[in-house]
Write a protein that binds this ligand. Structure first.
Ligand SMILES: *[C@@H]1O[C@H](CO)[C@@H](O)[C@H](O)[C@H]1NC(C)=O
Ligand SMILES: *[C@@H]1O[C@H](CO)[C@@H](O)[C@H](O)[C@H]1NC(C)=O
Ligand SMILES: *[C@@H]1O[C@H](CO)[C@@H](O)[C@H](O)[C@H]1NC(C)=O
Length: 292
């Protein structure tokens, strides 16, 4: 008899289905397996990623569902994935390490989801990624190291989010970036924005319509302007605001100068005193005479 009779009571089906399914078979019920490596599960009202999938899936279309998370071990099973379309779902966050086995992923669409922030290394190990779409989320915070290890990335879409600020370092980590979308965010052009502004000014060719597709709000005046209406001179006043380091240097040099002043006046006083005591003067003689 087959050993599975003896194993019958153990919950081995998920494991068996993953391990022994012939490659390219086992199409999930809600999905259509178009060819050997392409699975289409779009617009099926799915609340989560159906499982199991053929392990050798390379292109997964799962847009227009209401999936709330990408399972943290997703790429451990489906590490051959090259193309992942997760557009228009309800993903609110990315588990740390989700992309740690995504070394073949070239195209990732997470637009029209519910993401609010990107942590450092959010896409770590997705070293082959060329296009990353994050438009139409609710992103308000993008860590400086959010895009680290995306050395091949050419297209980054962060349009239509809730970003007021973005670290230049996050963008500078992308040596092959060609197309950047930042429009549709409530950018705040305060002094923190000065660095991003000069980066964008020098790299305006990466924006589809240049600086006049991005708007920002000037804090004090509370007016909204196009970046193309601003110049370096608009941030001129920022040069005079002091950073913490500046303050420390100023305080430190102030203290140093004071100490030097005290020490030198002390030395001066000693010298004067010494001169008065050591040099025999006529006055002393006269005084002595008087006393006698
Ligand atoms: C998102 O998907 C739903 C179906 O789940 C669809 O009705 C809606 O039009 C889609 N929205 C966008 C922006 O594609
Ligand atoms: C996104 O999150 C907000 C707040 O948590 C929630 O009200 C909304 O329904 C979510 N939208 C989607 C499409 O999941
Ligand atoms: C413009 O982009 C290039 C390449 O990404 C980068 O080396 C350069 O520093 C950027 N310009 C500024 C002002 O940062």
């Amino acid at each position: 008899m087959w050993p599975c009779l003896r194993l019958g009571r153990l919950p081995l089906w998920p494991l068996l289905s993953l391990t022994f399914l012939p490659l390219g078979q086992g199409c999930p019920a809600a999905c259509r397996c178009l060819d050997y490596h392409t699975i289409d599960c779009r617009d099926q009202g799915l609340p989560r990623v159906p499982s199991p999938f053929p392990l050798d899936v390379r292109k997964l279309l799962i847009a227009d569902n209401s999936i709330q998370e990408i399972p943290a071990d997703f790429f451990i099973f489906y590490h051959d994935l090259v193309y992942l379309d997760f557009r228009n779902n309800s993903i609110a966050g990315l588990e740390e390490g989700t992309f740690s086995s995504s070394s073949h992923l070239v195209y990732l669409d997470l637009s029209h989801n519910n993401l609010t922030g990107l942590a450092t290394g959010a896409f770590k190990s997705a070293e082959k990624l060329i296009k990353l779409s994050l438009g139409h989320n609710r992103l308000a915070q993008v860590a400086e190291g959010a895009f680290e290890s995306l050395e091949q990335l050419q297209v980054l879409e962060l349009n239509d989010n809730h970003l007021q600020t973005l670290s230049v370092a996050a963008l500078a980590a992308l040596p092959n970036l060609r197309t950047l979308r930042l429009e549709g965010n409530p950018w705040l052009c305060d002094c923190d924005f000065a660095g991003l502004f000069s980066w964008l000014e020098e790299n305006a060719s990466k924006l589809q319509k240049g600086l006049n597709e991005i708007q920002c709000t000037v804090p004090v005046e509370d007016i909204t302007v196009f970046l193309s209406d601003l110049t370096e001179a608009s941030f001129r006043d920022c040069k005079f605001t002091l950073s913490l380091t500046d303050l420390i240097i100023i305080i430190f040099s102030g203290v140093a100068v004071s100490i030097a002043a005290i020490v030198s006046s002390f030395v001066l006083a000693l010298i004067v005193n010494c001169f008065q005591r050591c040099a025999p003067s006529k006055d002393d003689d006269e005084d002595d005479d008087d006393e006698d």
